[in-house]
Write a protein that binds this ligand. Structure first.
Ligand code: TMP
Ligand code: ASP
Length: 238
């Protein structure tokens, strides 16, 4: 597989064309941002961890019947993925109150919900990724009602699979963000990444934060937290 021109550089990844028009190469960086790029930093070794972690979790999801963009890990930081047209939505599933949910509704973090919540943000940096509902998604032609149903169903299935797996690692899956894409034939598949950048992961016993909130909130021990999550994943993902 030949790595060709860079198509896109995001906050945490670069995306390259390949000699196969249906495949792309994703290259994970150590760059970290928060608050829509306002806060910038480096998390040493993050690119390697996020690449390997996301790939293992996506393979687990595939085995559980969730189609993903994963094709092949090429190196520590590079992965071959299916080319998709990204649906411009951030799909957020929550099991426990935290982050913007706690802030928006004026509740403390750590309330365990009776059932998972799901919400959508319009993926648009200029607008600061505003919350959006399903009728707005339809009005803006971001996705059809049928696609949104599929996305909702897949996101909740991802939650079931990942919650159970992280639990076996002694980690509580608090919430996470997913992105989906369309193949040329319109099939919806899971894309982007699943990592401590995109999930809230708490130690099940100590409640210690083991994710990007350590960076967002200047809690220190960021690298150690990412390494600890990766260590536990390796131990339980034989
Ligand atoms: P929030 O509580 O700030 O809305 O975040 C919910 C989840 O989404 C959390 O696990 C972190 C993740 N997330 C991203 O992956 N990218 C983002 O840009 C934001 C704001 C959150
Ligand atoms: N990655 C996002 C940004 O820079 C936000 C976040 O993860 O908190 O803005």
């Amino acid at each position: 597989m030949k790595k060709m021109e860079m198509l896109y550089e995001g906050k945490a990844k670069r995306v390259y064309a390949t000699d196969d028009p249906t495949l792309l190469i994703v290259d994970y960086k150590d760059d970290a941002t928060a608050f829509n790029g306002e806060k910038k930093g480096t998390i040493v070794g993050k690119g390697v961890i996020n690449n390997q972690m996301s790939n293992r979790l996506m393979q687990r999801l595939e085995r559980a019947g969730v189609p993903t963009h994963f094709v092949q890990e090429l190196s520590e930081r590079e992965t071959l993925v299916k080319r998709v047209r990204i649906v411009p939505l951030e799909v957020i599933v929550r099991n426990i109150s935290a982050g913007s949910f706690a802030k928006r509704y004026g509740v403390e973090e750590g309330i365990v919900f009776d059932a998972p919540t799901i919400e959508f943000s319009y993926k648009n940096d200029d607008l600061g990724d505003p919350l959006i509902n399903s009728t707005h998604v339809a009005a803006l032609h971001l996705a059809t009602a049928e696609e949104l149903d599929t996305i909702r169903r897949m996101a909740l299935r991802v939650n079931e699979v990942l919650r159970a797996f992280w639990s076996s690692c002694g980690i509580t899956l608090v919430d996470f963000k997913l992105e989906f894409g369309r193949l040329d034939d319109g099939t919806i598949i899971l894309a982007d990444e699943i990592s401590p950048d995109t999930c809230r992961l708490w130690d099940s016993v100590t409640r210690e934060k083991l994710d990007k909130d350590r960076f967002r909130r200047d809690l220190g021990g960021v690298e150690d937290a990412y390494a600890e999550v990766m260590r536990r994943l390796r131990e339980h993902d034989a």
